[in-house]
Design a protein around this ligand. Structure first.
Ligand code: THU
Length: 159
């Protein structure tokens, strides 16, 4: 029997369609992207997340000569957040990625490993994290939960 799975996302046309908080997050992700240490891929990614206490936490991808030792922007940011604010809920996560010298780019979604890591904190806080992935020029895709980007997700309920 064939079955179908639907995922939901919103396509936001441009930066102008964001509210004030979303604009702040977009700007923060874009700015921290400049700190990416992308010595090997020259692909720069910035991440900004909003906590329920209003704080914005940012991070960028950090690469390593031993390639797998590097880490994506999303995990750099969310691991630091969990270490420093273990009991504060995460409301929104913005990610902006593009080759270092690009002037335009499509919206870049979080990689599989980052989706799995974000899911862990979503499950822990028992509340969805809104995910925004943006292009440099302001086209943005938004989901209400990482589960929309990770259908058939594996979590602790299976253990
Ligand atoms: N990267 C991220 O930071 N986030 C993603 O979701 C996809 C990939 C980084 C990892 C590596 O430093 C560079 O982009 C190229 O893969």
């Amino acid at each position: 029997m064939e079955k179908e799975l639907k995922i939901y996302f919103e396509a936001i046309e441009s930066y102008a369609h964001l509210d004030e908080t979303e604009k702040k997050l977009f700007d923060a992700a874009r700015k921290i992207r400049e700190t990416a240490y992308s010595e090997y891929s020259h692909f720069d990614v910035g991440c900004a997340l909003l906590l329920e206490n209003g704080e914005i936490i940012t991070g960028s991808n950090q690469e390593n000569a031993a390639y797998p030792s590097g880490l994506c922007a999303e995990r750099t940011t969310i691991f630091w957040t969990s270490a420093n604010f273990p009991n504060v809920k995460i409301k929104k996560l913005f990610v902006i990625g593009a080759p270092k010298d690009a002037v335009s780019s499509p919206p870049i979604p979080p990689c599989g490993a980052c989706r799995q890591s974000i899911l862990e904190y979503e499950a822990k806080q028992k509340e969805g994290i809104e995910i925004y992935f943006a292009s440099l020029n302001g086209e943005i895709f938004k989901t209400k939960s990482i589960r929309d980007l990770l259908p058939f997700s594996f979590d602790s309920s299976f253990l």
